[in-house]
Design a protein around this ligand. Structure first.
Ligand SMILES: Cc1cc2nc3c(=O)[nH]c(=O)nc-3n(C[C@H](O)[C@H](O)[C@H](O)COP(=O)(O)OP(=O)(O)OC[C@H]3O[C@@H](n4cnc5c(N)ncnc54)[C@H](O)[C@@H]3O)c2cc1C
Length: 402
C-alpha cells in the first residue's frame, strides 16, 4: 500500500532517478519514485558505459550484478576520420580507461530500478506522467501527476528531485534551460544482428555528411551492434538533414558502414535528443534539485551522459538526505549540490563546454592557425565547424593513444 506522505519525490526512474532513490532508500527515507514508463522499458541510447560508471555502480551496490549481466566489454575504441585515417586505442594491461562496457538500456536501467525498489521505504509509481510542480510559498512542493487509469493525482514532499530527462516538464516550467538548438543533438539508432566482420572495439566514424557529429558502431555481442548517428539540432534544421537516410547511406556507401550491408535490423530505428552540456541557468530551486539529462549533464563533445546521470543522482540523493537531517530545504542550503557536482565533474564539463563554445568561434581558428605556424593543410581544415570538431576528437584520441 502506497502511503500519502513522503520525504522525497523523484520524477523519473532512469539512471539519475534510480540512483538518487537507492541512496535515500538506504538511508531509510520515504521516497516516491515516479516514471511515465513501465519497467523494464527501452531508452534510446548508444548503450555505452565508460569506466567512470564502475565505482558509481559499486557505491550503489550493483557492480557485481552489472559485471554478470554486461553484454560486451570492448577492447578499446577506434575513430575513423573523414579523410579515411584511423586511430585505434586498445586497452593495455591494467588500463581501465579504454574499456567501454555495453549493456542495452532495457537491461541496464532495469538493474538500477530494481536496486532502488528493493528498499522498503522506496515506493514506485509507474505509467504516471509528472506534469507540474506547485510551490505555495517555499515548501513542501506539490507534484501533479497524470496516472494511467487513475486520472490526475498530486503528491507533496519537502524535497523533490527532478530526474525526468531531456524533456523534463519541471525544468521547462522553471525556465532552467535556455533551449538554444545549438545546445542539443538529435540522433537515431538501431540494433543490427548477423554482422560479418564486426571489430572488438567501439567505433566512432566521422564523415563530412554529419560533421560536427558522428556515426557509431558499438558492439553488443560478437555479431550484433547498436548503430546510430547524430549531430547538432540547429544544423539538422539548417541543412534539412534526414538522419535515417544518412544512416542508410552510411551503411550502403561508407567503407566503415559496409559491414552492416547484409546485417538485419532488429526492431525500428529510434530517434533521441541529447542536451549538450552547460546551457543551464541553475540546477537548484527551493526544495528542488535537478540531475542527469534534466540538468543538462551530458558531455558536449562525446555526448556521454550515463555516468554523469548516476553521479549527479547520487549527489542529489545525498544532498536531499542532508537537507532532511537539517530540516532546511532552501535554495541557499541546497546550493551545496552545485558545489559538489562542480567539484566532482564540473571542471571536465567546463573544459568541454569551453571547447564546444570556442569551436563555434573564429578565435579558435586564429589560435590554431598561429599555433601551427600557418601550416596550409591545417589552416584549410580549420575553416569550417565540422573540421574543428573532428580535430578536437583527433587530438583527444592522439593524447590517449600516446
Ligand atoms: C541516441 C542516444 C545515444 C546515447 N548514447 C550514449 C552512450 O552510449 N553513453 C552514454 O553515457 N550516454 C549516451 N547518451 C546519453 C544518455 O542516454 C543520457 O545522458 C542518460 O540517459 C541520462 O539519464 P537520466 O536518468 O538523466 O535520464 P533518462 O535516461 O532519460 O531517464 C529519464 C526517465 O524519466 C522518465 N520520464 C520522462 N519524463 C517524465 C515525466 N514527465 N514524468 C514521469 N517520468 C518521466 C522516463 O520514462 C525515463 O525513465 C545517449 C543519448 C541518446 C539520445
Amino acid at each position: 500500500m502506497r502511503p500519502r506522505n513522503y520525504d522525497v519525490i523523484i520524477a523519473g526512474a532512469g539512471p539519475a532517478g534510480s540512483s538518487a532513490a537507492a541512496i535515500l532508500g538506504k538511508a531509510g527515507k520515504r521516497v516516491l519514485l515516479i516514471d511515465k514508463g513501465k519497467f523494464p522499458r527501452e531508452k534510446t541510447c548508444g548503450d555505452g558505459l565508460t569506466y567512470k560508471c564502475l565505482p558509481l555502480l559499486e557505491k550503489l551496490g550493483v557492480a557485481l550484478d552489472f559485471r554478470d549481466q554486461v553484454f560486451f566489454r570492448s577492447a578499446g575504441y577506434s575513430i575513423t576520420f573523414s579523410d579515411g585515417s584511423q586511430i585505434t586505442v586498445r586497452r593495455k594491461m591494467g588500463d581501465k580507461e579504454a574499456v567501454v562496457y555495453m549493456m542495452p538500456r532495457f537491461e541496464f536501467d532495469h538493474l538500477l530500478f530494481q536496486n532502488a525498489r528493493q528498499y522498503e521505504s522506496v515506493f514506485v509509481l509507474e505509467e504516471a506522467m509528472v506534469t507540474r510542480a506547485v510551490q505555495n510559498g517555499a515548501w513542501p512542493t506539490e507534484i501533479e501527476v497524470q496516472a494511467n487509469g487513475h486520472g490526475r493525482q498530486s503528491f507533496a514532499a519537502p524535497m523533490v528531485i527532478d530526474a525526468s530527462g531531456v524533456a523534463s516538464k519541471i525544468a521547462a516550467q522553471f525556465g532552467l534551460a535556455k533551449n538554444d538548438l545549438k545546445n542539443y543533438a538529435l540522433t537515431v539508432r538501431g540494433y543490427f544482428d548477423d554482422i560479418v566482420g564486426l571489430d572488438d572495439v567501439v567505433e566512432f566514424i566521422f564523415d563530412k555528411s554529419i560533421l560536427p557529429g558522428y556515426f557509431w558502431i558499438f558492439p553488443i555481442g560478437p555479431n550484433s551492434a547498436n548503430v546510430g548517428c547524430g549531430t547538432f539540432q540547429h544544423l539538422i534544421v539548417e541543412r534539412e538533414i534526414n538522419l535515417r537516410h544518412l544512416l542508410e547511406d552510411f551503411i550502403r556507401h561508407h567503407p566503415a558502414g559496409r559491414k552492416l550491408k547484409s546485417a538485419s535490423l532488429r526492431g525500428p530505428l529510434k530517434g533521441g535528443k541529447i542536451p549538450l552540456g552547460m546551457d543551464f541557468v541553475s540546477r537548484v530551486r527551493n526544495g528542488i534539485l535537478f540531475c542527469g539529462d534534466a540538468a543538462g549533464f551530458t558531455d558536449p563533445i562525446t555526448a556521454e551522459g550515463i555516468s554523469f546521470a548516476i553521479e549527479s543522482g547520487i549527489i542529489a540523493g545525498e544532498t536531499a538526505r542532508d537537507a532532511l537531517a537539517a530540516g532546511n530545504f532552501s535554495e541557499v542550503f541546497l546550493q551545496q549540490y552545485d558545489a559538489r557536482w562542480q567539484a566532482s565533474f564540473g571542471e571536465r564539463f567546463s573544459k568541454a563546454g569551453f571547447v564546444q563554445e570556442t569551436m563555434q568561434k573564429s578565435q579558435l581558428v586564429e589560435y590554431f592557425s598561429n599555433a601551427v605556424a600557418n601550416h596550409p593543410a591545417f589552416d584549410a581544415a580549420m575553416q569550417d565547424q565540422g573540421s574543428q570538431y573532428e580535430w578536437m576528437f583527433k587530438l583527444k584520441a592522439l593524447v590517449k593513444a600516446l
